[in-house]
Design a protein around this ligand. Structure first.
Ligand SMILES: Cc1cc2nc3c(=O)[nH]c(=O)nc-3n(C[C@H](O)[C@H](O)[C@H](O)COP(=O)(O)O)c2cc1C
Length: 324
């Protein structure tokens, strides 16, 4: 369960950083994995409106957005957008990041693919400004709403604080720190309560990826699904990406990972193996292992991949119904 914070202020130990850290520390202490991106430390170029994402679903600009931030946004269960108000909106680097998520918007609304985590991902806004006008947060709240929709997140709400100007002044606010802790707890608690399943195979390029994605999509409210491979491949299988796209599931921005990496932040309740043989299967004392024994479709024609996809979907649906 991963909470991703987008820290939009250039000021170290500023109000935004303090409020976001409070939220993230509470999430971490509750058991979530956390990750913060300080947008002023990243090289995020603005969108150049080349329309490539609308045609093929990827961005033409090669920078940290492509290499790191898209995959993190896809992996996150909760995204916290945190910014000081600069001219009635988020700061410029944060706006550049938001504009670049047009890639996700295009994949959903132009190419008709659903992010597997879309139904369960949450978004939360933290914003701070110096003045007190009635409309101070209107622009930012609207921007956040459409950003959360583009990245496949449902907004849980926001905390907005006017009349906070000097560095660290947020600490003197009567409720802000307690509010951030309380909202963090409320955001992470339902997601932390889910059953945890590790789907494992050798390369983490086809079967375990499909199983995890279907579980996230159809049962992500009650199961946290991770996947890994004993000998992960370099990339996921193009046939797998295609057959998942045929059923509307977006496998973009995913790379195979080791079982150890998958288990770094998750203690599984159940391990589901795909049938790679005992020496490749993970063993964790006390954890139930179910072996699905599914044929490896990676070196077969695409029809075999479709067959395996349908088989896995049925097994995931049965598992989701029976797990408790
Ligand atoms: C370039 C710039 C533009 C700003 N624009 C606004 C604004 O439109 N409305 C406002 O209330 N405060 C504005 N502020 C003030 C900051 O939002 C405020 O000082 C905030 O507490 C800074 O948060 P931080 O410590 O996290 O950076 C602006 C500050 C800067 C430097």
């Amino acid at each position: 369960m991963m909470v991703l914070g987008l820290q939009g202020s250039p000021r170290k130990n500023g109000n935004t950083e303090i409020l976001l850290s409070t939220f993230m520390d509470t999430a971490k202490q509750s058991g979530a994995e956390t990750c913060v991106i300080n947008v002023y430390e990243q090289k995020i170029n603005p969108c150049i409106e080349c329309s490539m994402c609308e045609k093929i679903g990827t961005c033409s600009i090669q920078d940290e957005m492509n290499q790191e931030i898209y995959p993190l946004l896809r992996r996150a269960d909760i995204v916290v957008l945190a910014s000081p108000i600069f001219f009635y909106n988020v700061t410029a680097p944060l706006k550049a990041l938001i504009d670049r998520t047009q890639t996700f918007w295009s994949r959903k609304y132009r190419l008709n693919m659903e992010d597997p985590r879309r139904k369960n991902r949450k978004g939360f806004l933290l914003a701070i400004g110096a003045t007190k006008g009635k409309t101070l947060f209107h622009g930012t709240i609207a921007t956040a709403k459409y950003f959360f929709d583009a990245i496949g997140a449902t907004s849980l709400g926001q905390l907005t604080y006017p009349r906070i100007e000097e560095r660290g002044e947020i600490n003197q606010h009567p409720t802000a720190i307690a509010d951030a802790k309380q909202n963090a707890l409320e955001a992470v608690s339902p997601l932390l309560k889910r059953k945890k399943i590790l789907f494992a195979c050798q390369e983490n390029a086809c079967r375990s990826q499909m199983a995890a994605a279907f579980t996230q999509y159809y049962a992500g409210d009650k199961i946290e699904a991770v996947c890994g491979g004993s000998r992960p491949g370099e990339s996921i299988h193009p046939n797998m990406v295609q057959v998942m796209q045929e059923v509307g599931i977006d496998m973009g921005f995913i790379t195979p990972q080791t079982i150890e990496k998958a288990l770094q932040h998750v203690q599984p309740d159940v391990i589901v193996t795909m049938g790679c043989g005992e020496k490749d299967c993970p063993f964790i004392p006390g954890v139930r292992i179910i072996d699905w024994g599914i044929e490896d479709p990676s070196k077969k024609p695409i029809e075999a991949m479709r067959h395996v996809r349908d088989d896995i979907l049925k097994r995931v649906q049965d598992l989701a119904e029976t797990i408790n």
